[in-house]
Design a protein around this ligand. Sequence first.
Ligand SMILES: Cc1ncc(COP(=O)(O)O)c(C=O)c1O
Length: 461
Amino acid sequence: MTAPAARGMLELIGNTPLVQVTCFDTAGSELWVKLESHNPGGSIKDRIGLSMITAAERDGRLKPGGHLIEATAGNTGLGLALVAALRGYKLTLVVPDKMSQEKVTHLKALGAQVIWTRSDVGKGHPAYYQDMAQRIAGESGALYVNQFENPANPLAHETTTGPEIWAQTGGRLDAIVCGVGSGGTITGLSRYFARVAPAVEMVLADPRGSVLAGYVATGTVGIAGSWLVEGIGEDFVPPICDLSRVKTAYVIDDAEAFSTVRMLLAKAGILAGTSSGTAIAAAVRYCRDRARGAGPGKVIAIVADSGAKYLSKAYRDEWLADQGLLPRPGFGDLRDVVARRAGDAQLVAVAPDDALRVAYARMRLHDVSQLPVMDRGALTGIVDESDLLVAAMAGDRAFERPVREVMTTKVETLAPGAALADLVAVLDRGLVGVVVDKGQLFGLVTRIDLVNYLRRRAVGA
Ligand SMILES: Cc1ncc(COP(=O)(O)O)c(C=O)c1O
């Protein structure tokens, strides 16, 4: 079927594809995913960006050229920024500092003003992103959009997402699995299906650390922890979030969510965001539980956004390793501090005859400040930013010189069994730690690698 020609990007919001996924063991159930990543801003939040701004225009709270402010984990900001840009509104966003750079870069490029705040504080703290947005709205006279209390948020899903799923499944479905950020999706879908097909189950997918699954199970709100999946999970139950139709909830940890989205891309070709990993892992569990109860069914999971927003995180092994989420052998010694192991082909290196411009390009590309210089598998030196700087100051043709001429050959190596204090002593002298195991380079250790290692150890990852 040919899609109709659109008169602008706002017409392309919604009407997203529904695709069957067969790469997971669903014990006989059909698993389908609703690709909200196909919205113009790359997420389900385009729907509410449009509905909340349209509602504010309609009831006169938003005048031509007006100023909007929102507290957002990114996607709602993008949805609002898209609509604000096309309709001529100013937009300010308060964003917690765990958000991916891709989202924030996208927001700024769309013209939004971004104010960073802390992600490690809860409701009631002045730096909490929602409290901060509300305060700035009060001071500046901007309209606080507040997706957490805005009825136009669930309404968008009740009037668009729900009817689309109903039409796309031909009215044959048993359950919808999704996460909760503001609760707009689950609330809107609950309301729609309560009307048209009350037997359709609403299933919550919740990151480990969020209070919502516990709330569904016990009716009480526990103490929140932290998680890395973005966009879903909460430390409170948002005012618009109606979980009364949710009887089943699954708690999914970060490692399972990330391995699930990686599998979804590798086996089904779907580049989905991290919250989709939580939703699909929960959907798979739900399917397997059905096999022991109601029997095979047709289950829909929501792919709320695109994995393009997380390429530098969940889709990068180095990032997963930094978070302690990449299953790989631990040694109980200095080798565990090495982020990029030579043996895993993760180590970025140069050869002695490479030109300095090659070393420079590799440092920039991989975001590292030094490189081991490897000659036929053996470590012969280290070249770092200060070597490049000294060479560059010395002449215009510096970048054509071979690495061999500027590298440091006096490399102090550490054996795997060396103490952390020995490593710290090397770092304190301004050098990089070089871990050599049985004559072979195992990898380099920088200050930030050591910090990451100590943080992983502190959280027990
Ligand atoms: C990536 C992602 N997944 C899922 C959700 C959940 O949506 P809702 O706010 O409708 O609960 C959001 C929203 O915050 C999101 O950004």
